[in-house]
Design a protein around this ligand. Structure first.
Ligand code: ME8
Length: 534
């Protein structure tokens, strides 16, 4: 049986409501999951929330609520947003769920029983917003002109000096293994620049240990450490294990009941070190073999607002719900416009800049002017000239015009596949939109409205409209991972109802039954389309 394609997102902290950054990772993961389903594969898309730790405890205290009640409220907001964005997750894991807590505690116990943990007191620096520990050695390596900073090297916020007794996982012990693993798995981390970053990190000594516990008197909100009453689990050790706890990892048997290993872990570049260094080391310490390691960690770029970093203090956090309900007000497929913008605007892996102008301009140019116009014109002409039924093609006509468009449409899936294999969502969309533009140009050149005035051109007219309907069919399949509701609407407008859409059908021609009545076809992207000619 072929392996289930297993895709994950990070588990988002629930200290505040979701924003554009969270939605970006989620939409990318959903797009890939949908694409593999379209290919006929079985897919498992895992997402969820990271609910323990000091930062959440502080946020709950600030809101005057007990932590569990507080996180329940924020989790509901994440779930609402995923529904609004049409995220097709198969599982939503919350780190406060017993099924996860059990696995975390079993992993800790096993490591302790196998003497893989050290018990000691450590000194160092803690960044609460990132829930990340920095050793003196790490800060010294990053010192500028001999001055060791006490700001977080990742987020620049002040670090807190800590000296705590706890349990440690040795990192340096696993470094040579990780170095070799990376060398023999050159695509373990993507994009390549991120791989190089990690490879060079493990070429130098790592901090000797990672502290995987926190004293209960300082951080009360965490998974109790089974062998040490005074400690809870470090939130990162707890959270990373979600990728195996959700798919039925049996710690003692070292068996995976579900779709492990993960085919893609989607993350932002901020949590690369946790995923590409700590996570494989945790798995290695647990006895997971090289063959059972995750296959790919993809660290995407960062969304800014204009040129600024998003932050509460600047008050510039982009709320996807506001963009969908207000900036894109009146759009029947606003959530899909938002998905399209995020996936198309920036090559996946690079940083992006959000602005209302940018999203409205994509809506107007790509969606209303190009795609919307193609769909609208094709169906209106089938309505007007072919009594609203898919016309029969004839072997007459000007092959010079028809053939290039047919070939571009039939060959499009292969081009999309090439881009999607490399997770180049923007390139995949760019290729799809190029054929949309080509089809619009075809309409201009062939001029069906001119043919309609000449009765002897009736076969030619029907051939042209049949070709355009077939192009639209291909689009209604290929756009599904990116804009699921728009693609579904296009499918229904073609009169295909609930018939399944399969990727393999895009390489075949004349798949629409001749005579099939088209459905009602309100414009897909109104307002803006009204300004467009054609
Ligand atoms: O780090 N641009 O959770 P988190 C792009 N709980 N992506 C962004 C972004 C931005 N401006 N801001 C956030 C955590 N993200 C941990 C993860 S996983 C076992 C534990 C996205 O709520 C991006 O994917 O801080 C980033 O990695 C993730 O949100 C961090 O979410």
């Amino acid at each position: 049986m072929p392996k289930t394609f297993y895709v994950t997102t990070p588990l988002y902290y629930v200290n505040a409501a979701p924003h554009i950054g969270h939605s970006y990772t989620e939409i990318a993961a959903d797009c890939l999951a949908r694409y593999h389903r379209l290919k006929g594969e079985t897919v498992f898309l895992l997402t969820g929330t990271d609910e323990h730790g000091q930062k959440i405890e502080q946020a709950a205290a600030a809101s005057g609520q007990p932590p569990q009640l507080f996180v329940d409220g924020v989790v509901a907001r994440f779930k609402e947003l995923w529904t609004l964005l049409n995220i097709s997750y198969d599982d939503f894991l919350r780190t406060t769920e017993p099924r996860h807590v059990r696995v975390v505690q079993a992993c800790l116990s096993r490591l302790q029983q196998e003497h893989k943990l050290h018990h000691a007191t450590y000194q160092g620096w803690y960044c609460t917003p990132d829930e990340t520990f920095w050793t003196n050695q790490e800060l010294a390596e990053l010192a500028v002109a001999g001055t060791v900073s006490t700001s977080c090297p990742t987020c620049q916020r002040p670090l807190e000096a800590v000296s705590e007794e706890g349990w440690y996982l040795p990192l340096e012990n696993h470094r040579l293994w990780l170095q070799h693993f990376l060398a023999t798995h050159p695509t373990f981390v993507r994009p390549e620049t991120r791989y190089n970053e990690i490879a060079s990190l493990v070429n130098r000594p790592l901090p000797e240990y990672l502290c995987i516990t926190r004293p209960r008197q300082r951080v009360g909100w965490g998974i109790p450490v089974p062998f040490s009453e005074g400690h809870v689990t470090y939130v990162w050790f707890d959270a990373l294990l979600n990728y195996i706890s959700a798919v039925g990892y049996d710690v003692y048997e070292q068996r995976f009941a579900g779709p492990w290993p993960a085919d893609v872990h989607f993350i932002g570049k901020d949590i690369l070190r946790h995923h590409a260094v700590y996570w494989p080391i945790v798995l290695h310490a647990l006895g997971v073999s090289n063959e059972q390691m995750p296959r790919l960690i993809f660290a995407h770029g960062w969304w800014k607002v204009g040129e600024q970093k998003m932050s509460k203090s600047l008050g510039n956090i982009v709320d996807p719900t506001v963009v969908i309900n207000h900036v894109l007000k009146g759009q029947p497929f606003a959530a899909d416009v938002y998905r399209y913008f995020l996936l198309r605007e920036v090559p996946f892996g690079q940083d992006g800049s959000f602005s209302e102008e940018a999203i409205l301009s994509r809506l107007s140019a790509d969606l209303a002017h190009d795609l919307g116009n193609l769909v609208n014109r094709t169906l209106s002409m089938i309505e007007r000239y072919c009594s609203g039924k898919i016309p029969e093609p004839h072997a007459v006509g000007c092959a010079l015009d028809d053939e290039p468009l047919q070939q571009a449409a039939v060959g499009l899936a292969a081009q999309v596949e090439e881009a999607m294999t490399r997770l180049e969502f923007s390139a995949a969309l760019e290729r799809i939109m190029r054929v949309v533009t080509q089809a619009n140009r075809y309409i201009e050149v062939v001029g069906p409205w001119r043919l309609a005035k000449q009765p002897e051109q009736a076969p030619r007219l029907r051939t042209a409209l049949s070709l355009l309907a077939e192009v639209m069919r291909v689009m209604a399949i290929l756009l599904e991972p990116f804009m699921p509701s728009v693609a579904q609407a296009m499918w229904q407008q073609l009169g295909c109802g609930s018939r399944p859409r399969r990727l393999q059908d895009t390489a075949r021609w004349h798949q629409l039954p001749v005579g099939q009545p088209i459905g009602p076809h309100p414009v897909l992207f109104p307002q803006v389309v009204a300004e467009v000619s054609g």
